[in-house]
Design a protein around this ligand. Structure first.
Ligand code: AMP
Ligand code: ZN
Length: 462
C-alpha cells in the first residue's frame, strides 16, 4: 500500500513502526459551533482510510482530539454569557451526533485539550530545560531556530519565513527573541479559562496540545499524522519542532493532508455567506449522501460542493443501494440448493472487482477509483442475478459488496430519507449572500465598514 507523504512529497510504501499495528493521529475540530462540511472532509476521508487499514488486518489505534480551549470558544462563551466549558461540551456533543450521522467510527480515544494540561506543562518544561524554549513575562516561546530541521514539512526555508514574519509582528509579542518564535504558553487575560503553571497562570498554545495528546495516547513516534492542508503550516510544522526537540526522535513517519472543500468554486467562509454546517445538509439529505459525495473525489484534490454534485452523488448511491436490495431479495427468496458451477465461475469474476477496489485504495486511498470498481461490481451483479440464482450465490455476492461498501462507510440498507429539495443549496447560497449584502448596507449607513479577512469579518468606523 502506498500513501502520499507531505514530508517527502511522494507516494511511499506504507510500513508501520510495529508489525500489524498502526498509530494514527488526526487533528480534530475546535468546538465553538456546529461543524461545517469542510470539517467533515478530513473526518470522512481519514475514517475511510482507517477502515481500509482495518480491512487489511491492521489493528489501528486512532486518536483524534477536540480542541476545547481556544480564542474562538472564549469569544463565543462571552457572547452568550456562559462558560467556555459549556460551549465546548455542547459542541462536542453536537459534533458526535454529526459524526454518527456520517457513519464515522468513534476514535479509539477522543482526548480533550483541557484534560491534558499537565502533559503540556511537562512538555514545555522539557523544552525550556533543553534550551528550545524560553519564558518572558509569563509567556513561553519556542525558539524556532533551535530546531535545525524547521520547515521540513511545509518545505519552507527558514530565512524566507523570517522576512515574511517581520512585517506582521503581533502586538504584545515584542518580547520574543526572534519573530519566528511561536507561543507554547500564554498568561491569562481577564475572564479567560486558565491553569496554574510554573510559567504563569494561563493556557497552552494550540500546537502544544496535539504534540502532547499524540505522545500520551500513541507514543513518541507515530505512524501517521493527518489533517486538512491548511494545518501543514504552521500547526504541523510546529508540532514536529516541539515533539522532535522534546522526545529526540522522529514524531510521525507519514503526514497525510486533505485538500479543501469549496462551494461553487469559492472558498467556503462565514463572511462570504456560503457556509454550510453538516446539520444544514442533514435537513435535506441522508448524511450518507454527503459521505459518498466526499469520497467521490481523491482526498488530495480540491472538491467543489454544489447542489448538482450532491444530486449526482445521491443518484449514484441510489444505484448501489437498489442493486443491494435486489441481491438481498435473491438471497432471501432465491433457489435452494448448492451453488452451481456457473455461479462459482461468476464469483471468481466478482473477485476481480475486489482486486480493482483494493488496488485503488492501495494507491494512496484513491476512493474515487474504488467507487468506480464498486460500480463495475454492481453492474455485474445486475446481469448475473436472476430468478434462478441460488440463495447461496446471492448471499456470497452480497457479502462481497457489503465488505467493500463498509470500507467506504456506506450502509447498504436504505434508510428513511430526508427529501432533497432540488434547488435548496443554490437558494440558500443566494439567500445568505443577499442577507450579507443588506446587513452590510445597513451598517454602512451607520458609518461602519466591514472587511473580509482570513480570520473572519473585521469592522471599522468610516
Ligand atoms: P478547525 O476546527 O478549523 O481546526 O478544523 C478542523 C479540521 O477541518 C482541520 O483538519 C482543517 O484542516 C479541516 N478543514 C477546515 N475547513 C476545511 C475545508 N473547507 N475543507 C477541508 N478541510 C477543512
Ligand atoms: Zn493538531
Amino acid at each position: 500500500m502506498k500513501i502520499y507523504n507531505t514530508l517527502t512529497k511522494q507516494k511511499e510504501e506504507f510500513k508501520p513502526l510495529e508489525e500489524g499495528k498502526v498509530k494514527m493521529y488526526v487533528c480534530g475540530p475546535t468546538v465553538y459551533n456546529l461543524i461545517h462540511i469542510g470539517n467533515a472532509r478530513p473526518m470522512i476521508v481519514f475514517d475511510t482510510f482507517r477502515r481500509y487499514l482495518e480491512y487489511k488486518g491492521y489493528e489501528v489505534n486512532y486518536v483524534s482530539n477536540f480542541t476545547d480551549v481556544d480564542d474562538k470558544i472564549i469569544a463565543k462563551a462571552m457572547e452568550e454569557g456562559v462558560s467556555s466549558d459549556e460551549i465546548s461540551t455542547r459542541y462536542i456533543e453536537e459534533c458526535k451526533k454529526d459524526m454518527e450521522g456520517m457513519n464515522i467510527k468513534p476514535a479509539t480515544v477522543h482526548p480533550l485539550a483541557t484534560k491534558e494540561i499537565g502533559g503540556m506543562i511537562d512538555l514545555i518544561s522539557t523544552l525550556i530545560e533543553k534550551g528550545n524554549a524560553y519564558e518572558k513575562d509569563g509567556t513561553v516561546y519556542f525558539r524556532t531556530r533551535s530546531f535545525a530541521e524547521y520547515g521540513k514539512l511545509s518545505h519552507k526555508n527558514i530565512d524566507d519565513l523570517e522576512g515574511g514574519h517581520r512585517d506582521i509582528k503581533v502586538v504584545g509579542e515584542d518580547s520574543k527573541e526572534d519573530p519566528l518564535d511561536f507561543v507554547l504558553w500564554k498568561p491569562k487575560k481577564e475572564g479567560e479559562p486558565s491553569w496554574d503553571s510554573p510559567f504563569s497562570d494561563g493556557r497552552p498554545g494550540w500546537h502544544t496540545e496535539c504534540s502532547v495528546m499524540a505522545k500520551k495516547y500513541l507514543g513518541d513516534s507515530i505512524d501517521i499524522h493527518a489533517g486538512g492542508e491548511d494545518l501543514v503550516f504552521p500547526h504541523h510544522e510546529n508540532e514536529i519542532a516541539q515533539s522532535e526537540c522534546a522526545n529526540g526522535c522522529e514524531f510521525a513517519h507519514y503526514w497525510m493532508h486533505n485538500a479543501f472543500l469549496n462551494i461553487n468554486n469559492k472558498k467556503m467562509s462565514k463572511s462570504l455567506g456560503n457556509f454550510f454546517t453538516v446539520r444544514d445538509i442533514a435537513e435535506h439529505y441522508d448524511l450518507q449522501v454527503l459521505r459518498f459525495f466526499m469520497l467521490s473525489a481523491h482526498y488530495r484534490t480540491p472538491l467543489n460542493f454544489s447542489e448538482e454534485l450532491m444530486q449526482s452523488a445521491k443518484s449514484s448511491l441510489e444505484r448501489i443501494l437498489t442493486a443491494a436490495e435486489k441481491i438481498r431479495n435473491a438471497a432471501n427468496n432465491g433457489a435452494d440448493g448448492a451453488i452451481t458451477a456457473e455461479e462459482q465461475e461468476q464469483l471468481k469474476k466478482a473477485d476481480e472487482f475486489v482486486a480493482k477496489f483494493e488496488a485503488a485504495m492501495d494507491d494512496d486511498n484513491n476512493t474515487s477509483n474504488a467507487i468506480a470498481a464498486i460500480f463495475e461490481l454492481v453492474k455485474f451483479t445486475n446481469t448475473v442475478i436472476d430468478a434462478d440464482s441460488t440463495k447461496e450465490f446471492a448471499q456470497s455476492l452480497y457479502n462481497i459488496l457489503e465488505q467493500l461498501t463498509d470500507v467506504l462507510g456506506i450502509i447498504l440498507e436504505k434508510k428513511e430519507e430526508a427529501q432533497g429539495d432540488e434547488d435548496y443549496i443554490e437558494e440558500m447560497i443566494a439567500k445568505r449572500a443577499q442577507a450579507k449584502n443588506s446587513n452590510r448596507d445597513e451598517l454602512l449607513e451607520k458609518g461602519i465598514v466591514l472587511e473580509d479577512t482570513r480570520e473572519g469579518t473585521k469592522w471599522s468606523r468610516k
